[in-house]
Unconditional design. Structure first.
Length: 150
């Protein structure tokens, strides 16, 4: 959903919505996982007090579902009988993203640890090599100085 252009796509398919349909979808998606009563939807979208005899909200939900739910196997809008409507897909997507993000971070951490291990090994190997060379050079120079003094 793009709130600036008020455009919607799902599975790379562009979906054309009216302004009210977009507002309704935005309301549901912004409160994903919550049950939003019909009275709240009517007030937020149409600015009207809800009359239980009107089916304005139900018709709008039906039209929205026809565009964003019916063509797809995974349904986004759920009816909670006697209570209202809920947008459910975002939590499932967030769980998948959360696992993906966790695995990515774990992979990066493992690469960092492996890299640090390689650097540590190279550093210690190089340091001991340089120490051995310095010790050998020092012994040779000491021997040369002794030769000169004698």
């Amino acid at each position: 959903m793009d709130s600036v252009s008020q455009s919607v796509s799902r599975d790379n398919i562009s979906i054309t919505l009216t302004r009210k349909e977009f507002q309704l979808l935005w309301l549901l998606a912004s409160r994903a996982g919550e049950i939003i009563p019909r009275t709240v939807i009517a007030s937020e979208i149409w600015g009207i007090n809800f009359d239980s005899d009107t089916n304005t909200v139900d018709v709008a939900i039906r039209r929205l579902r026809a565009k964003v739910d019916d063509p797809f196997p995974e349904k986004l809008i759920s009816t909670i009988r006697g209570m209202g409507y809920s947008f459910v897909a975002v939590k499932k997507i967030m769980k998948r993203l959360s696992i993906t993000v966790r695995l990515t971070l774990l992979f990066i951490l493992l690469l960092f640890v492996a890299g640090a291990g390689i650097v540590w090994t190279l550093y210690n190997g190089l340091a001991s090599e340089l120490k051995w060379r310095d010790d050998t050079t020092l012994i040779n120079r000491t021997a040369q100085i002794k030769q000169l003094l004698i």
